[in-house]
Design a binder for this molecule. Sequence first.
Ligand code: NAD
Length: 462
Amino acid sequence: MNDDEITRAVSQVLSKYTQGLSVCDGIFDSVEEAISAAARAKVQFHHCSMQDRNAFIRGLRELFSQEEVLNTLSRMAVEETGMGNCADKVIKNRVAALQTPGTEDLCTRAQSGDRGLTLMEFSAWGVIASITPTTNPTETIINNSISMLSAGNSIVFSPHPRSRNVSLHAIALINQKLAALGAPENLVVTVSQPSLDNTTALIADPRINMLVATGGPAIVKTVMASGKKAIGAGAGNPPVVVDETADIEKAARDIVNGCSFDNNLPCIAEKEVIVVSQVADYLIHCMKKSGAWLLSDKKQIQQLQTLVMNEQGSGPATAFVGKDARYILQQLGITTPEEVQVILLETDKSHPFVVHEMMMPVLPVVRAANVDEAIELAVEVEQGHRHTAIMHSTNIDKLSKMARQIQTTIFVKNGPSFAGIGVGGEGYTTFTIAGPTGEGLTSARSFTRCRRCVMVEALNIR
Ligand code: NAD
């Protein structure tokens, strides 16, 4: 069997399997039933010890670091959504399992003095509705499950309908694992037919204490307008700036690797390059050597634009989101060598490829007269998302200037964008990066309430 045949076979089996998923897998027919079950589970979870909680989290890490599980989830996501690539999804799922912080993130603060001892502790919010995207379907479910359960919550997931099967499969695996570990039933649930109507019902239900939206601007706006505690992890349009002091060969490699990671689906991935003119030709030359295909023919660039933009020209055509560079070029009648991972083209700063979040490895390059102009341009095209930006430079002053001016949640210096979520860079992993509501790179603590516990005139032992 070749790779495609295996993918199809796995998908067929799993699609049949997800039809048969049931309540004991955390899959309910209605939102009402799902919320009731999660609400009951939350009450029981409250009686579990921290040792129990740690055991559940350890179990999930073990489950989702098994090669077979990672491969199945990743293949299934690619097959169902038609987006991204299996090898990179395996990496993303693995870091979600292993590098999402657990209960250690809930570090208690204490203050003691003559008047006693006060503790500040991070406590559960209750039942969380977590709305998840197509671009990182299982990565977000694994990551949020570890963070939210570590914080003591139960979860009702609302996956994107286009990633239903793989999301339900991941949720069923979580339930089976938690059941084997003796956890309360239904700590992590969802509905058998995810839909916008079901998400709307979930948001409105009074038993849901917190809303977490990981997705585009519409759903982030919806949860923020709900009147409930909401965490919004929204869209980005990460610019990468390259100045004349950078190691250009390395910058070229990093940009191609970052931009092509999971076919550019991650919200943190490089979406446009802004380069100081003095080194622009050399950067393009090096990027071509590192796996970029330069389109310089104006007619071809126009054809590409017509092909990959939606009819209104207001964003990408869904059919091309998360497709690989060679596939996109093939649709233009261009056959390329296997190593091609990114489509490069020179544009001005107002080109639709610069302005819109394309989520495919089509990378516009814009020239700037100098580094100050490049930084100014980067701030403009990031459009206030305050999400992610990247810079290649050895000039500390200019690196600091860009970080200060762009105000993004993630700022990667001299590396590929994915270093910002713990893939080859220091720091933990998250797939829920909350720019609009300010939690930043979420972890267990983001899904808690901070509570104070005061003992008067005792327990100060100094
Ligand atoms: P999407 O916004 O289409 O869908 C996200 C989720 O919201 C899905 O579950 C969808 O069903 C639901 N949804 C969307 N609009 C809704 C509405 N009006 N009412 C109810 N539910 C609604 O996003 P997508 O295409 O799956 O993911 C890509 C987008 O998400 C990109 O913009 C990307 O930058 C962003 N994203 C951000 C982060 C982050 O951490 N900041 C992570 C992943 C994806």
